[in-house]
Design a protein around this ligand. Structure first.
Ligand code: SAH
Ligand code: SF4
Length: 386
């Protein structure tokens, strides 16, 4: 006797396979239940994917053959497609990952002694248009999926053959500081970060996974309800007038609201002594004066924080410049004397355009293409025929 499904013509249409690479433990358990399997299988599958770097079901030898065959039919483990790998003389490695439609996103691994910090992208481009950021200048195409986000961790480890070598030392820290605003791709970022923290995933401590945001206040509050990762706030200016010029979203969520939300975030964490990292990109003649440092020290007074100064990294299409070492040191001194733990981020991977804010990938912008063309045209030198 024919079942309803067999007579339904839509049943013949092949359903797209579910990519298990970016599925958190909770969601994989639910998925397995939904296909009539035992939820505990999720732990086994997660270990194969994220501990052993396996991307086909045939090699998952502790799953029975029928389950493997079923997964083969319904699901897949599809890692991102790396189209380019660049190595800097300082050991930094950058990958360009193809994400469809002629778009590329970038991922950077910064090795430093025992530490390997992976800078992960969350969106194809960014819609927030900060004036000093190469990604912002490209406009926005789409959010990355959870598989495309965690896939960057997977591919970095794979690239160093880390899955066969105990994997742990390749990526010890993750910073969501690549292309895109992570809080505007909330669900996928949270799902991917849960795999970073999960012992059946990458088992990183919450202090070693950092989300950086330019300040989407409502989403920051939402994050505090579901996540325990470390928080970095891209502040870049000590007052609203200047910050609104550099970080346009400040017009919607001004500094006082952003700092209050940051405080609420750490208050929600179970452990005490958590601090927020304040990122401050120093741009010559714009926000790098002693007066700015003094004002910043005042503004941050009530927030448990440390300060990370990032000398501006230049890119084409930007007229800003990096401050002198003297200016950076002066700023550092004011903050330090005011009692803040203050570090200066050394640019890494400069020679392969992998430093903060230089990640550009390739974005087929849906929103601002014409504007970008206009800017390019304005910057271009006129050609003189003599
Ligand atoms: N969208 C998020 C995360 C990505 S940007 C955010 O804005 O926080 C990661 C960090 O690099 C941010 O602090 C950002 O302000 C900084 N940055 C962007 N462009 C830069 C540049 N050209 N030079 C130095 N830092 C830059
Ligand atoms: Fe987007 Fe962050 Fe760049 Fe601003 S600094 S445009 S929020 S990626």
């Amino acid at each position: 006797m024919a079942t309803e499904n067999q007579t339904d013509p839509t049943a013949l249409v092949q359903q797209p396979r579910v990519n298990l690479l970016g599925m958190s433990r909770k969601n994989m358990e639910a998925y397995l239940s939904s296909i009539g399997e035992k939820p505990f299988r999720a732990q086994q599958i997660l270990k194969w994917i994220h501990h052993s770097g396996i991307d086909n079901f045939d090699e998952m030898t502790n799953l029975g053959k029928p389950l493997r065959a079923k997964l083969q039919e319904l699901a897949e483990i599809r890692p991102p497609n790396v189209v380019k790998q660049l190595d800097s003389i300082d050991g930094t490695r950058k990958w360009a990952v193809e994400v469809g439609g002629n778009n590329l996103v970038e991922t950077v691994l910064i090795p430093d002694g025992q530490r390997g910090t992976l800078c992960v992208s969350s969106q194809v481009g960014c819609s927030l248009d900060c004036s000093f950021c190469a990604t912002g200048k490209q406009g926005f195409m789409r959010d990355l999926t959870a598989s495309e986000i965690i896939g960057q961790v997977w591919l970095a480890i794979k690239s160093y053959d880390g899955f066969n070598n105990g994997n742990k030392r390749i990526v010890t820290n993750v910073v969501m500081m690549g292309m895109g605003e992570p809080l505007l791709n909330f669900d996928n970022v949270v799902e991917a970060m849960s795999l970073m923290l999960d012992d059946f995933g990458y088992g990183l401590s919450k202090r070693r996974v950092t989300l950086s945001t330019s300040g989407v206040v409502p989403m920051l509050d939402k994050l505090g309800d579901v996540s325990t990762v470390s928080l970095a706030i891209s502040l870049h200016a000590p007052n609203d007038e200047l910050r609104s010029q550099l970080v346009p979203i400040n017009k919607k969520y001004p500094i006082a609201e952003l700092l209050a939300a940051s405080k609420r975030y750490i208050a929600k964490q179970e452990d005490t002594h958590r601090v927020v990292t304040i990122e401050y990109t120093l741009i010559a003649g714009v926000n790098d004066g002693v007066e700015h440092a003094k004002e910043l020290a005042e503004v941050l007074r009530d927030l448990p924080c440390k300060v990370n100064l990032i000398p501006f990294n230049p890119f084409s299409l930007s007229n800003y410049t990096r401050p002198s070492n003297n200016a950076v040191n002066r700023f550092w001194l004011v903050m330090t004397e005011a009692g803040y733990v203050t570090t200066v981020r050394t640019p890494r991977g400069d020679d392969i355009d992998a430093a903060c804010g230089q990640l550009a990938g390739q974005v087929q912008d849906r929103t601002k293409r014409s504007e970008r063309h206009r800017q390019k045209a304005e910057l271009a030198q006129p050609i003189r025929l003599v």
